[in-house]
Write a protein that binds this ligand. Sequence first.
Ligand code: HEM
Length: 424
Amino acid sequence: MAQDWTYPFSRSTDPHVDLASQDAFNDGAPYATFERMRREDPVAWCPESGGRGFWSITRHADIADLNRNPQLLSSARGIRMEDQSEEEYEARKTFQETDPPRHTHFRMLVNKAFSRQEVAKFEPQIRAITRSLVDAAVEQGEVDAVEAIARQLPMRMLGQIIGVPDADSDWLVEKGDALISNSDPDYTDFVIDQVDTEAYRLLPFRSPAAVELFDYANDLIARMDRGEDVGVLNLVRQPDKNGVRISDDEFRNFFCLLVAAGNDTTRYSIAASIHALANLPHLLEAVRAMDEDAVRTAADEMIRWASPTTHFRRTATEDLTYHGKRIAAGDKVILWFASANRDAEAFGNPYEIDLARSPNRFVSFGQGGPHVCLGMWLAKLEVRIVLEELARHVGSIAQVADHSYLRSNFILGIKRLPVRMTGR
Ligand code: HEM
């Protein structure tokens, strides 16, 4: 296998990276490790310092198979690697940490608001925001593309959909970062594996930033109780046919989930796209020649390439044997979506960015499972529009200094990307 994963797209060449470590993705995704695991040990037991260990599933076909079976592999015992007590789990859970049929009920409430048709209505706003960000970056010439473009767009867009004012979006981005980037000292003082976060164990992501987001969510609840329309959030509090609706605790957790999930993942897809365009200039030329459908296909490929959520976790509900390994009831099982997206059994030339790749069975959004990303259509739309606006208004993009990655084994992302952009 050619070393196609090496710099600038990943500097990690060690085939034995400890995937339990928050430092595992500091040099980009550990593709050499995933490559070895897919080949030699596709259902691998991984010990975990400070935790009870987990099974790693790394092949595309196995992830597709297991992800669609919540009866066997449940989300209702936590969805990240972290071990949680019953009390922590109960305090922090959202509908993402439930299984069908409970999950299905909640999901139906919010599906329509995030459907392809509904989010398409936001195209003009997304384009206007993107256009202004791209123009400003070109005007400046040298920028950190993450700060200037990738970090700005997703929260502003999500804010419009969920009904929070534009003026609050910087604050929400900062708090969202403190939650989901809770392992990176650039984003929080409460680094999850370095300082004692016991006092915050009942808060989402064990983060004190959640307290401020809870206050913000309480204001939204008060507004809704007064009969105000707060975008799609009103839908989330609709009672079901038995008159039961989500509790205020669940609502607050859901709000934190949206602010965290709707923010970083799209940002890192955009950052990875700009990184690719900056290092492979023929890609920008290719996008210029594309019609809208072709850019849609290209955006999917960029999101496969980016794979911003490296994994999600499930818990075995019963003893099972898989590829000859005995997984016991209660064991943690990690589905490594980032590995599946580079599996040569599912993708020809998986380390190549093929903007015309079709079919593209990428799993960045957890496709195929009941928890398939709620924000998928929004994220795809944003990435497509960023590609289109860059192609229209940018003559060239070049990386001018080293980029750096988020410190996290959960979210894979470029957090600094110094580039020079010229206009057309
Ligand atoms: C490129 C950007 C994104 C990526 C790669 C991504 C990735 C994912 C993945 C892999 C899952 C499945 C989790 C599982 O299987 O347990 C998921 C679920 C989810 N995502 Fe995203 N996401 C992105 C953008 C967004 C956005 C913009 C939003 C905001 C609306 C969002 C909100 C959610 C929510 C609420 C869930 C839970 C859905 C459920 O449990 O039914 N995501 N996302």
